[in-house]
Design a protein around this ligand. Structure first.
Ligand code: CMC
Length: 424
């Protein structure tokens, strides 16, 4: 970090602030000294604030660039797979063949959950949203691993990593099975990560589910494309929770809660709900008009992004996977998919969307693929949470391995100043 200086003049006083250069991306003004000058910075939504230093993921929203440890997402999507990308995110380098085998095998050794955890599900209503169940059961993992809770110890952090990555698909599939009243399906360690997830979702004790390799590949790509995305709302939540010293299972549960909202991970579910509501191509103009109407809170779900203002590089790969899956399953003619494709085309040409740089994001296509695979809509965000667990973990691990302070944002207070309670 090369240092430069910025000068701030405020209340007749000149304050010098250090400016740092990252390896790429915008320079960063260090405002930490302002508090001793009696000043705070104001940045709701943290649009201009770097909350931490990180070496994991880089995004250039203007150019549509997403790099994990320097590797472009398009190259990883084409040449790597989810588990190798997990290794890259957490350890910083691509694994050797031996290390990758060790990593895959160790994940497999942890796929089962404690049998007692199964009973937790019975405490939930069957019609509970699976994200509600996931917040609960993932947080509950911390009740099982008292043996390795010293997170200043790298080995304890590593065992938490394997437990989380390996058990998330098992817990997620259990949410689905519970919701439809079927028995839980145990993991099969002879299958790949993605194929095992599909197996746990769709096989039953009386009927085996033959995993279609095209669908397993698409599933793996969805996991990979959602693996990490820098300091987004849920990752920042995980870091903030972790900054108090909370355990990683509790931190990831907080990430799941933050991801749930429709402006973040809940968008893939919201896309499908919106498509179902549109229902017919003839109603598309009506919804486009609603999206443009300033007095209508409706937004076209799956369009726009806080950071990407030209295109979402993940969406490009996802669109290609979407075409592959729809063709393989022969459902390119499905009315809902036709609405989606027409909507995409209109939004890409409409001056409102073009001028505001609102392009289809990753969740526009992922929802369509997941529906084609047969995943129920309510499970979409759960799948995002499973995929993002490695990103959340990597950021938490990076923070725990370095110097960190408890997160404590300040505020611009505009409420009452001191006043007295009325005398009775
Ligand atoms: N439909 C219609 N108008 C939109 C949309 C949309 N989807 N998104 C943004 N706008 C308009 C918005 O009304 C505003 O207009 P104006 O300047 O006239 O007030 C302008 O575009 C800028 O919007 P913003 O809310 O300031 O942009 P933001 O960067 O704060 O929000 C966003 C980004 C993703 C929350 C937003 O685009 C949105 O709500 N999209 C739909 C939900 C969605 O698909 N979310 C998934 C994001 S990708 C997955 C993830 O990373 O979690």
């Amino acid at each position: 970090m090369t240092e430069n200086k910025a000068t701030l003049s405020v209340n007749g006083k000149t304050i010098e602030l250090p400016v740092y250069k990252g390896s790429t991306g915008p320079d960063v003004v260090d405002v930490r000294g302002l508090v001793s000058e009696g000043l705070f910075t104001y940045d709701p939504g943290f649009v201009s604030t770097a909350s931490c230093e990180s070496k994991i993921t880089f995004i250039d929203g203007e150019k549509g660039v997403l790099l994990h440890r320097g590797y472009p997402i398009e190259q990883l999507a084409e040449q790597s797979d989810y588990l190798e990308t997990c290794y890259l995110l957490v350890y910083g380098e691509l694994p050797t063949a031996e290390r990758l085998e060790w990593f895959r095998n160790t994940v497999k050794n942890h796929t089962m959950v404690h049998e007692q955890l199964n009973h937790f599900y019975n405490g939930f209503r069957r019609d509970a949203h699976p994200m509600a169940v996931m917040c609960g059961v993932v947080g509950a993992l911390s009740a099982f691993y008292h043996d390795s809770m010293d997170f200043s110890d790298q080995d304890h952090r590593e065992i938490a990593l394997f437990r989380l990555i390996a058990k998330m698909p098992t817990l997620a599939a259990m949410c689905y099975k519970y919701s439809i009243g079927q028995p839980f399906v145990y993991p099969r360690n002879d299958l790949s990560y993605a194929a095992n997830f599909l197996h746990m979702m769709f096989s039953t004790p009386c009927e085996n589910y033959e995993v279609d390799p095209v669908l397993a590949k698409a599933m793996d790509k969805i996991f990979l494309l959602h693996a990490d995305h820098e300091q987004n709302a849920s990752t920042s939540t995980v870091r903030l929770a972790g900054s108090s010293g909370a355990n990683p299972f509790a931190c990831i549960a907080s990430g799941i809660a933050a991801l749930w909202g429709p402006a973040h991970g809940g968008a893939n579910e919201a896309v499908l709900t919106m498509l179902l509501e549109i229902g017919d191509e003839s109603r598309i103009p009506e919804f486009i008009a609603k999206a443009k109407d300033k007095n209508d809170p409706f937004r076209l779900m799956g369009f726009g992004h806080r950071v990407y203002k030209n295109f979402d590089p993940r969406a490009k790969v996802m669109k290609q996977t979407c075409d592959e899956v729809l063709n393989a399953l022969g459902c390119a003619d499905d009315p809902l998919f036709r609405i989606a494709m027409r909507l995409e085309q209109i939004a890409l040409e409409d001056p409102y969307f073009v001028s505001k740089k609102l392009y289809p994001n990753v969740d526009f296509y992922s929802g369509i693929i997941l529906r084609a695979i047969g995943i129920p809509i309510s499970m979409f965000t759960v799948i995002f949470a499973m995929s993002r667990t490695i990103g959340w973990f990597s950021h938490w691990n990076e923070m725990m391995g370095g110097d960190y302070k408890i997160g404590r944002p300040r505020q611009l207070y505009t409420g009452y100043t001191k006043r007295d309670y009325p005398k009775k």
